[in-house]
Design a protein around this ligand. Structure first.
Ligand SMILES: Nc1ncnc2c1ncn2[C@@H]1O[C@H](COP(=O)(O)OP(=O)(O)OP(=O)(O)O)[C@@H](O)[C@H]1O
Ligand SMILES: [Mg+2]
Length: 253
């Protein structure tokens, strides 16, 4: 795999210390319910700066994946507002990439999966080789993507996300069910993107990973933001009993 430290796929990236005008996220009174049922997300207020890595944690069913889908504009809130630096949701989505736990790949070769995105985004097609190199898949470029292992497929999904040169990378349990080496390599790729100025918002149940990656943590429970604060404060001193229980493996749902 290539050196993660030297590769940038964001040629126009603005240095992080000048990026304060970029896509700050503001949620106000965000709510979601389906078919007049019980509200799933309830009155979320949240402010995220335009850089760094936020990890969203919380038990199964807390509403984490739905929150990411709302942030990416795949579903619309029932109430409240999502404000990505004043952009329309369509414009905001064009500056984001979302990686799911189970990568959804085109039934084409590994390289064609990247090439498709580069073409769609009007980016230089010759970035394909560098991206595949970056995620350690250069030797699989011609293989049908469906033949990749789980970890390889996830690395391809990340490479495809980076091909969009996203300002915001949304990750939904992107390393769940991967082996430790694959987890490490994906964390390194994400850290590299973050250091290049890509804003990362990642959902994970992997507490070790959250501690390695997070600048700040949002803890969701029962569709509400129970805690939001710096990772260095959240992990040693969670303020709520539910977060304490979750971190110690006692909170089931
Ligand atoms: N279309 C839908 N209609 C009704 N309820 C839904 C719908 N989609 C999701 N839900 C419910 O919303 C809740 C939150 O779902 P979500 O997928 O966001 O949870 P999560 O926090 O990502 O959980 P996990 O850690 O298991 O991935 C769940 O109880 C789920 O059953
Ligand atoms: Mg989920």
């Amino acid at each position: 795999m290539s050196s993660f430290d030297t590769v940038s796929f964001r040629p126009n990236a603005i240095p992080t210390d000048q990026a304060d005008h970029l896509l700050p996220l503001r949620l106000r009174g965000l709510g979601l319910r389906f078919d007049q049922g019980t509200p799933i997300l309830k009155d979320l207020d949240l402010d995220l700066s335009p850089h760094g890595c936020t990890v969203i944690m919380g038990p199964n069913g807390a509403g984490k994946s739905l929150l990411l889908k709302l942030l990416h504009g795949l579903i619309a809130p029932t109430s409240g507002r999502i404000d990505w630096g004043g952009l329309s949701m369509d414009d905001a989505r064009m500056r984001q990439a979302l990686v799911f736990q189970k990568p959804v790949l085109l039934r084409r070769s590994v390289a064609a999966n990247i090439d498709f995105v580069l073409r769609a985004r009007g980016r230089p097609r010759d970035l394909c080789d560098a991206l595949l190199q970056h995620v350690g898949l250069a030797h699989k470029a011609r293989l049908p993507a469906r033949r990749l292992s789980g970890g390889e497929a996830q690395r391809l999904a990340l490479a495809r996300a980076l091909a969009c040169a996203p300002d915001v990378l949304l990750l939904d349990e992107a390393t769940a069910s991967l082996d430790p080496a694959s987890v490490q390599s994906i964390e390194a790729i994400v850290r590299n993107a973050c250091s290049q100025g890509t804003r990362v918002i990642s959902v994970t149940h992997d507490i070790g990973q959250a501690q390695r990656m997070a600048d700040d943590v949002v803890f969701l429970h029962g569709g509400r933001v129970v805690e939001h604060g710096p990772a260095r404060e959240f992990f040693p001193r969670p303020q709520s009993q539910v977060a304490r229980d979750y971190l110690s493996g006692k909170l089931v749902f």
